[in-house]
Design a protein around this ligand. Structure first.
Ligand SMILES: Cc1cc2nc3c(=O)[nH]c(=O)nc-3n(C[C@H](O)[C@H](O)[C@H](O)COP(=O)(O)OP(=O)(O)OC[C@H]3O[C@@H](n4cnc5c(N)ncnc54)[C@H](O)[C@@H]3O)c2cc1C
Length: 512
């Protein structure tokens, strides 16, 4: 056994969840050890869609511009049924006014991981590659883990352990947490191919058949596409027995378009599970990302949700480790993110049913009605204002959380627990002023007093009460918004800044 290592947080797994957690912990100055079984980041494309909320987080880290440079905005969606294009819709400004990123960015998972890894290295962080968590125990004082490195076994003593170790999480298993849910009977396929067909490479293609679908996502490189689809219910082979030829036959039968597949770079066949862990925290151990929840790929939510788990947990660990908050704060990670995972499982199941569910009327909706009317539906701003927040994850809220102080927020159109709305102020994106990893007190109006307390924890911004702010918050009178470090509203009201901030931070310090 090699010498013991001591760290504040042991992070297990360097997928998108573990990498983002490490980046965020590094920003808060928390000491961590990130261990990963593989020798490097994933070579596979896996997740493709990066949603607005993830881009807002990237923006706070200062890496959104680079993500946009490396990826491509999903500009259009084209609907195909029965071998013909039935409709087309613009996706590039779906969330106009709701986020600085009103679209989905197509940037494959391996490139997201590369971006996060580069950022981590720039902050002086590193990954212990080829290092596997073997076992661990915990008590009131900390966690003791054993990891296997290329040089042998090593003991790690940590204050906390976060299992970001994917769907087959050893952390979850060792904690004895159930992973309840169900498995879809039908088999999914995914293939990265080079495709020649009569349709242009500038759109996502959605092809509906009576009881299934094929999605064709344009990827970087001429004619390169990701094909995703589902076999019909009558197809009863085990995942390991499916041949690529069967996938291609399925794609041809459903698209009913002349096509040549020149090259297959990668393909996989899998069953989709919809499950979440019974708890996301047990004592000093946490689960995040696929280790905590998995669901159908409908809506492209998995990687994005893992990154948001990390975003929710990092600041809480940082405050507790710094002795600035009561350990009870950590329980809100479980409450907030498990409730979100439950909602997510319901949404993705519904989306999947719409895409491939049984019933003649669903078949008619998919192949006849939706392709024709989608353009009009997606053009209606009232619909977009509901749909975009749901898919882009900007609509996630923690209104019912113990961390949302509702005292005084009933006068406002925005409540504690909601994400700080996107606003342009004095010609600039308000979020750009909120990049430092701290609480932010936003005082809107002319009369705001200075904030005298907790300057190391809270940054104070005096801002004009513009018409846009007044409309969004539903008030013409001066007010203050206290934001958590993850840009959710902690409290909102008209008490003097010292009173509003002091009351909130006292609660964090002494228990919720
Ligand atoms: C084909 C496909 C398409 C998808 N499309 C999308 C999409 O468009 N958008 C989206 O948001 N999501 C999508 N997803 C889901 C997404 O890929 C996952 O949700 C995401 O990878 C989860 O990230 P993670 O970091 O939580 O887990 P993982 O990416 O699984 O990472 C876990 C890491 O932990 C490591 N590990 C495991 N056990 C140990 C151990 N004992 N010790 C050390 N290391 C360990 C593993 O090697 C791995 O690197 C897709 C998935 C697939 C397969």
């Amino acid at each position: 056994m090699q010498a013991e290592v001591r760290t504040q947080v042991l992070v297990v797994g360097a997928g998108p969840t573990g990498l983002s957690l490490a980046c965020l912990l590094a920003r808060y100055g928390v000491d961590f050890l990130l261990v990963e079984r593989n020798a490097g980041i994933t070579p596979y494309s896996k997740a493709l869609g990066v949603h607005a909320r993830t881009l807002e987080i990237y923006d706070q880290l200062g890496i959104a511009e680079e993500a946009l440079r490396r990826g491509a905005v999903a500009g259009r969606v084209r609907f195909v049924a029965g071998g013909r294009v039935r409709g087309e819709a613009d996706l590039s400004r779906l969330g106009e006014g709701l986020s600085p990123f009103p679209f989905v960015l197509v940037l494959e998972q391996s490139r997201n991981e590369a971006l996060l890894y580069e950022y981590l290295q720039a902050l002086g962080g590193r990954v212990e590659w080829e290092t596997t968590l073997e076992s661990f125990t915990q008590d009131a004082q900390g966690v003791r883990a054993v990891v296997r490195t290329p040089a042998g076994l090593r003991t790690v003593d940590a204050d906390y352990l976060v299992g970001c170790d994917g769907a087959r999480s050893a952390t979850r298993e060792r904690l004895g947490l159930e992973f309840g849910g169900s498995t879809f009977e039908r088999t999914f396929y995914v293939a990265d191919v080079v495709l020649d067909w009569p349709l242009s490479h500038d759109a996502i293609h959605v092809c509906f058949a009576p009881d299934s679908f094929v999605l064709c996502f344009p990827m970087e490189g001429a004619r390169r596409y990701r094909l995703v689809g589902v076999f019909p219910e009558s197809f009863r082979k085990d995942e390991g027995q499916v041949l690529y030829e069967e996938i291609e036959a399925r794609v041809r039968a459903e698209l009913r378009l002349p096509l040549e597949i020149d090259e297959v770079r990668w393909f996989s066949v899998y069953k989709v599970h919809t499950r979440h862990a019974g708890r996301f925290r047990l004592g000093r151990c946490f689960l995040a990302g696929d280790a905590a929840h998995i669901h159908s790929p409908a809506g492209a939510q998995g990687m994005n949700t893992g990154i948001q788990d990390a975003y929710n947990l990092a600041w809480k660990l940082a405050l507790v480790l710094a002795g600035r908050a009561h350990p009870q704060l950590l329980e809100t990670y479980d409450a907030e993110r498990r409730a979100n995972a439950r909602r997510l499982l319901v949404t993705t199941d519904r989306l999947f049913q719409l895409g491939a569910g049984r019933g003649w009327w669903l078949g008619v909706l998919r192949t006849r009605l939706f392709p024709r009317f989608a353009r009009f539906v997606l053009g209606v701003s009232a619909i977009n204002r509901r749909l975009f927040p749901l898919l882009s994850q900007i609509g996630i809220h923690y209104r019912d959380s113990a961390l949302s102080d509702h005292e005084g927020d009933s006068d406002f159109a925005v409540r504690a627990g909601e994400r700080m709305p996107f606003l342009e102020i004095e010609g600039g994106n308000l979020y750009h002023r909120l990049r430092s990893p701290r609480f932010h007190l936003l005082s809107f109006g002319d009369e705001a007093e200075a904030l005298h307390t907790h300057p190391e924890l809270v940054e104070h911004h005096r801002l004009p009460l513009t018409r846009a702010v007044a409309e969004r918050f539903g008030t013409m009178d001066d007010f203050h918004v206290l934001l958590r470090p993850d840009h959710y509203i902690a409290s909102i009201g008209r008490d003097p800044p010292d009173a509003q901030v002091g009351r909130y931070l006292e609660r964090l310090r002494h228990g919720l």
